[in-house]
Design a protein around this ligand. Structure first.
Ligand code: PLP
Length: 371
């Protein structure tokens, strides 16, 4: 519709709307100018060490650089981890709603996703009890806090309780911490592996540069974990993709080590926080819409199910997909149906867009949805 010139307000973006900070782009340009265009060798080593230093500095995790792998985005790190950890039929516990790619990555590795419901009435969080009940026969638990699509962050105490439950089981944990720096209000994101000294040997931490540093198109991420798992991922990657590009590594190194980084990422975080507060308040003011206040990431995930049964713009609304279709067709607002994330009562709105666009889109939704 946009290509046809229509004025669509898109709340679908899964990436920051900011440009990559200049000091990061400059580092990559300098690397290109210096001829860093060959297969990567030592550059990636430096980035692995910078990741290990960051984990010690910010996350209370102490790893050697051979416990780190740099990948083509956080997505690739999760995919590679599933490929090396899962045997056919292995069960993976996934709190639901979940990021769309987890179940598919589990299935691509021959595994079987088992969903743990985390409903809005429970703050979109799973409990230690659910994990203990589902653990027998399962191999991995995927944790994602702050969470895409719900915008929810587990408190340190909640994660501690989940960690205690995990330690009573044989579960390994894949902790996707890609939104760790985008947290709001008093929220504190803690790293799962730091919660107990017995956790590092069974936790794979995944992160990347896309969200924190506004570098989605650079395709750069990483995983840290037990040496044997990381070594297996390296062997897989050596036949699959080889290493990430040298000039991209240079950008990543600048992101992790430059003295300009903290101010640059804080400026983006502050802007996201303002938008998240505003979007959730406006959504909650619309009849039949209920939104949990996001404490992290850049998504609102409101429950819109009280509109099911209505016909809007000729579309009979029966689920999140038909709701999204009706909004697109009647008021040209693009939302992502919650069904894609395992929660059909909700839709996802990204606030990785300007305040002006947020107000324009919400004015339209309010007009259409007011009964
Ligand atoms: N994990 C979550 C929860 C995400 O939302 C995303 C991207 O949308 C990723 C991982 C992967 O990010 P990337 O591969 O761009 O680093």
């Amino acid at each position: 519709m946009k290509d046809a010139g229509e004025d669509v307000v898109a709340f679908a973006a899964g990436e920051p709307d900011f440009d990559t900070p200049t000091f990061i782009k400059d580092a990559a340009k300098a690397a290109l100018d210096a001829g860093d265009t060959r297969y990567t060798a030592r550059g990636a080593e430096k980035l692995k060490q910078a990741v290990a230093d960051k984990l010690a500095r910010e996350n209370g995790q102490h790893v050697q650089s051979d416990q780190v792998i740099c990948t083509f985005g956080g997505k690739h790190a999760i995919y590679a981890a599933m490929q090396v950890l899962l045997n056919p039929g292995d069960k993976v516990l996934i709190p639901s709603p979940y990021w769309v790619s987890y179940p598919e990555m589990v299935r691509l590795a021959g595994g079987q996703p088992v969903f743990l419901p985390a409903r809005a009435k429970d703050g979109f969080k799973v409990t230690p009890r659910q994990i203990l009940d589902a653990a027998p026969g399962a191999k991995i638990l995927i944790m994602n806090s702050p969470c895409n699509p719900t915008g929810v962050t587990y408190s340190p105490a909640e994660l501690q309780a989940i960690a205690a439950a995990v330690l009573q089981t044989g579960l390994a944990v894949l902790s996707d911490e890609i939104y760790e720096r985008l947290v709001y209000g008093q929220t504190q994101a803690v790293s799962f592996a730091s919660l107990d000294k017995a956790l590092p040997e069974r936790t794979i931490t995944v992160n990347g540069f896309a969200k924190t540093f506004s570098m989605p198109g650079w395709r750069l991420g990483w995983a840290a974990g037990p040496k044997n798992v990381i070594a297996a991922m390296r062997r897989l990657m050596s036949h699959e993709t080889s290493d990430v590009a040298g000039f991209v590594v240079a950008g990543g190194l600048a992101a992790l080590t430059s003295p300009q980084a903290p101010a640059a990422i804080e400026a983006m975080r502050v802007e996201f926080e303002k938008r998240g507060v505003h979007m959730a308040a406006r959504l909650n003011a619309i009849s039949g819409v209920q939104c949990v206040q996001p404490t992290g990431a850049f998504y609102c995930f409101p429950d819109i199910s009280s509109h099911f049964g209505r016909t809007i713009g000729g579309v009979k609304i029966t689920d999140s997909l038909t709701f999204a279709q009706a909004m697109l067709e009647t008021c040209k607002v693009a939302l992502v149906p919650g069904g894609a994330f395992g929660e059909d009562a909700c839709v996802r709105l990204s606030f990785a867009t300007s305040m002006a666009q947020i107000d324009k889109g919400l004015d339209r939704l309010e007009k259409v949805l007011t009964l």
